[in-house]
Design a protein around this ligand. Sequence first.
Ligand code: KG4
Ligand code: ZN
Length: 366
Amino acid sequence: MADGKLLVLGLESSCDDTAAAVLRVSTETDTEILSSVVSGQTDLHKDFGGVVPEIAARAHAEMLDLCVEQALDQACVNLEDVDLIGVTSGPGLIGGVLSGVMSAKAIAMGAQKPLVGVNHLAGHALTPRMTDAIEYPYLMLVISGGHCQFLIVKGTNQFVRLGGTIDDAPGEAFDKTARLLGLPQPGGPSIDATARDGDPTKFTLPRPLLDREGCDMSFSGLKTAVLRVRDEIVRYKGGLHQSDVNDIASSFQRAISDVLVEKTRRAIVEYFKLLPQTPTFTVAGGVAANSEIRAKLQDLCADHSIAFNAPPLKYCTDNAAMIAYAAAEIYMNDLVDPTHLVARPRWPLDQSKRPLIGHGKKGAKA
Ligand code: KG4
Ligand code: ZN
């Protein structure tokens, strides 16, 4: 540790991105992200309609060393300069998590560096502190292809889960719906663009679980509803016109954004039942890039006089910078727990809550 600053190397391999990053973290100044290397596996899985765990694990094992080397090079540091190593040790696809933990153990042992096991979701949850130094406590919505939950983030390892999806994550719903409409993958950006030319009121799609109290969500039924609408149009007109695709995409996006906005409104109410301080609301994950969802969440926060934050997209999606940052906070606050170095497929952040049921295309949800 030089100048009261910690030089941290992070490794991430829990799903379909192999990543390594180098950060300089200090309690005094803003975090410096010196490098963040992400090597995606989209091409390897594209023929299978989802992530194939065995292919993912093998690719991680092949790419991890390379990503670490690149991250160190880009940061212009040597492994000897590193003070701490952080690695995702769950939740995720077990083969990938094991690849990461084993690589990190070997690097840490060889270079004689301390090693911290990090919960992948804690990495996402602490990202607003890494990018924008957001103070605890804050209210967070993580929405991606694999995650969907509301969290009150009270401290480095203090999380209250207010609700989450009981089946698909919203990104999965975007991707599957895009496939049904013949739009390119990833489906989120395609639907976002296509929806701009459509009528969001043209088709009545369900708003799942709005009739149920609380912040839990469900997105798997929406794609079935879209399938029904699509098939009906095809039966009636003999095919889909561009205007039909636009209108379905737009109606689908409106349904998802209505659900997310209403559940966020409820999460804000739940937050204030538990804590008096006005929080920042922060949204992360690939789906946070959606123009309609983002704009509506921003408006909702303005209505409640709550500050809105969204970290830059490259740190919202899976990356190793967030893992390095979380490792640094854990280390600096003396919260290192050696039992966290065991690779685990499931690892809920809020141990007091029942696990959310659901197992999406990207693995177990916590
Ligand atoms: O966080 P992320 O990069 O990866 C993981 O899920 O791990 O999120 C990817 C998801 C994909 O499902 C993608 O379709 C979705 O985020 N996404 C979007 C948009 N951009 C990416 N969904 C809706 N609107 C977007 N503009
Ligand atoms: Zn993630």
